[in-house]
Design a protein around this ligand. Structure first.
Ligand SMILES: NC(=O)c1ccc[n+]([C@@H]2O[C@H](COP(=O)([O-])OP(=O)(O)OC[C@H]3O[C@@H](n4cnc5c(N)ncnc54)[C@H](OP(=O)(O)O)[C@@H]3O)[C@@H](O)[C@H]2O)c1
Ligand SMILES: *[C@@H]1O[C@H](CO)[C@@H](O)[C@H](O)[C@H]1NC(C)=O
Ligand SMILES: *[C@@H]1O[C@H](CO)[C@@H](O)[C@H](O)[C@H]1NC(C)=O
Ligand SMILES: *[C@@H]1O[C@H](CO)[C@@H](O)[C@H](O)[C@H]1NC(C)=O
Length: 302
């Protein structure tokens, strides 16, 4: 009996180890000396580990965060750990279109190039339903902000080509659907699904952006980082969070950063521009994630 239990335990352990192994790590040796990277929401979570890794590769890193205190603390940690002093904080509130515009203006004025843009910041929950622009807050932060930011910085990206844009999406997009009327009215949207819907918008936008930038030296990817232990779930009761963190199948934020790094750094993946990546390889999206008519229409909403 004990032998049977032990065997069962070992088999489960073996499956977990194999599965964790399949998550993949970024093996690129690319050095980023002389290159500039913008990462949104990198004071914590997955974005922080992306910033840390790219700092080790000597990139100039612009930390696009909303909270000066948290961002400066993270910045000092990265500088202390990597010795890279080219880490700068530029404030932006991604829930405000005006703030995104001002941020982009500062970047265009102060930076001579932009090699990699990583739209990482995202929220799953918000206490305020509508932003000052009258947009559903989760939509504003997860979709409209990266949409506007990417478009405002596109010329700079193109003049720095070959360049890359990465959108951090989620497998959650698979239960999402785009209803245009809901983007500006949270009451219409199914509260449980808004996050999924915004992540579907990320997938579609990546495809449409890839189409629009074809031949211009800008490669674009959307990424599912994996189910990661981060502050994304900060709105949930602490007991639920504690249980989730102990779940052995959850990635750490550092493991979650790997697919983003793979898309930002690996050589020879330009031909897959527009695709959706998970575990450091191309992955499939839901059928709605391939609807190019909706993808095009998304371009006309803001
Ligand atoms: N964790 C997962 O399991 C998982 C799974 C699939 C996809 N993702 C995606 O991965 C990305 C990173 O999430 P994470 O898990 O690392 O979450 P996180 O730990 O909560 O980090 C999110 C980051 O976004 C920033 N942010 C949120 N709202 C912002 C705003 N209005 N303006 C500027 N910055 C803002 C946060 O800043 P503050 O610290 O100031 O709030 C924080 O730095 C998200 O796009 C998320 O959807 C995560
Ligand atoms: C960011 O913008 C939102 C929506 O307009 C606003 O409610 C919030 O107070 C702003 N946050 C910060 C830190 O400026
Ligand atoms: C990222 O997603 C945003 C919002 O969905 C979109 O506007 C932007 O073009 C996307 N960028 C890339 C590289 O896909
Ligand atoms: C979320 O889903 C649950 C269960 O399906 C449902 O009862 C609830 O009304 C939903 N919440 C919102 C805000 O739509």
């Amino acid at each position: 009996m004990i032998g049977l239990i032990l065997a069962g335990f070992l088999i489960v352990l073996f499956i977990i180890i194999c599965w964790r192994h399949s998550w993949g790590v970024c093996t690129s040796k690319t050095d980023l000396t002389g290159k500039t990277v913008i990462i949104t929401g990198c004071n914590t979570g997955i974005g922080y580990y992306v910033a840390l890794d790219l700092a080790f590769r000597n990139a100039r890193i612009i930390m696009a965060c909303r909270n000066a205190e948290k961002a400066n603390a993270a910045k000092e940690k990265i500088i202390a750990e990597t010795g890279n002093k080219q880490i700068v904080f530029q404030q932006v509130n991604l829930s405000s279109l005006q703030s995104v515009r001002q941020f982009a203006e500062r970047i265009i004025k102060e930076e001579s190039r932009l090699d990699i843009l990583i739209n990482n910041a995202g929220i799953m929950h918000s206490n305020s339903l509508l932003t000052e622009d009258g947009l559903t807050t989760i939509y504003a932060t997860n979709h409209f902000a990266p949409f506007l930011l990417t478009n405002l910085l596109l010329d700079l990206l193109q003049s720095s080509a070959p360049s890359r844009v990465i959108n951090v999406s989620s497998h959650g997009h698979k239960i999402g659907s785009i209803r245009f009327e809901n983007m500006k009215c949270p009451m219409l949207d199914d509260g449980n699904r808004t996050y999924a819907n915004t992540k579907l918008a990320n997938v579609l936008f990546t495809r449409e952006l890839a189409r629009r930038t074809e031949g211009k030296g800008v490669s674009t990817f959307s990424v599912h980082p994996g189910f990661c232990d981060t502050e994304l779930f900060r709105f949930m009761p602490s007991l639920v969070q504690a249980l989730m963190t102990r779940y052995p199948l959850m990635k750490t934020a550092k493991e979650g950063a790997q697919t983003i790094l793979h898309c930002a750094l690996s050589e020879g993946i330009e031909s897959t521009s527009g695709e959706y990546y998970s575990d450091c390889k191309v992955s499939s999206t839901s059928a709605k994630g391939r609807d190019m008519a909706v993808a095009k229409k998304l371009w006309e909403v803001l």
